[in-house]
Design a binder for this molecule. Structure first.
Ligand SMILES: [Zn+2]
Length: 70
C-alpha cells in the first residue's frame, strides 16, 4: 500500500519513470548492509526534499530514501 501526501505525490510524479525506478531500487538497508529495493513506501516532504519511508524488500527493515530537490 502506498500513501502519499499531496505535495509529495506531486513531486514524485514529476520524476521520470526510469529515474523513479532507480531511486526505488537503490535504497540502503542497514540490516542487509546493501542497496535494496524499497517496498510499501509512503512519500512525505521535508522542506523541499522528497522523503520515501518504506521497508526493505529482503528483510522488511525500515528504510528511508531522501530525494533532494534539484
Ligand atoms: Zn534489508
Amino acid at each position: 500500500m502506498i500513501k502519499f501526501d499531496r505535495k509529495a505525490m506531486n513531486k514524485f510524479n514529476q520524476i521520470p519513470d526510469d529515474i523513479k525506478l532507480k531511486l526505488l531500487s537503490n535504497v540502503y538497508c542497514s540490516k542487509c548492509n546493501d542497496m535494496v529495493k524499497i517496498v510499501n513506501f509512503e512519500a512525505t516532504t521535508d522542506k523541499d526534499d522528497l522523503v520515501l519511508n518504506g521497508k526493505c524488500e529482503n528483510c522488511s527493515n525500515n528504510v528511508v530514501r531522501l530525494v533532494e530537490s534539484s
